[in-house]
Design a protein around this ligand. Sequence first.
Ligand code: MN
Length: 256
Amino acid sequence: MTIDPFARILVTNDDGIQAPGLKVLEKIARQLSKDVWVVAPEVEQSGAGHSLTLRRPLRMRRLAAKRFAVDGTPTDSVLLALKVAMRKHRPTLVLSGVNRGANLGEDMTYSGTIAAAMEATLLGVPAIALSQEVVTGEAVAWGTPAAIAPGLVRRLVASGWPADVLINVNFPHRAANAVVGTAVTRQGRRKLGEQIEGRIDTRGEHYYWIGPVRGEDGDPAGTDLEAIRQGKVSVTPLHLDLTHGATRAKLAEDLA
Ligand code: MN
């Protein structure tokens, strides 16, 4: 007997249970499945990465039959979803997002959106992270993932991917009918935190903001960054095994 990959979808995010992007993703999920659950952080956890809460108790608040808020990270949310809230109703697919802001290049390890998908993957449930590019001062193009994601997720799931891989999807900041197409990409290089803004508070103490400016380097050909720049939806398969094969082989030789 084959299991329907859309039998039960868990929706989560890192922007929090109140985020507009979560509502967008719920709508997308409901087009794909009759059984949609939501377990998401109480408050925004952007930049939380793959962190776990280990030094204080975790609370999970039940908001409706299939809706829970966790006072922890996206990883905590997925763990509590699978091990507690959905223990007897294991999801067949996890969707994380839709994040307010793209997750491109080296955002991978900082992103709570991607981390939630990683956690699901580690727990054996296929997962897709979805993010929407934003441009400061402009309205978020939520209509774009709303229009494109249901069909795209169907095609991705039909194609399938290995058990230790997750799919990272980014939508460009433009209307759905102006999207140029879909590109299957590789992770580009663009580092957050190139600019640190130092300020002085009302008590004369220094404080800092990690700035939005990002340095971009490396060959852009075929990257997620390039696809988004070209107005395409970017689809990047990410591997949980971070081992670098060539270096491993060289070190094994050099250290022999
Ligand atoms: Mn976020």
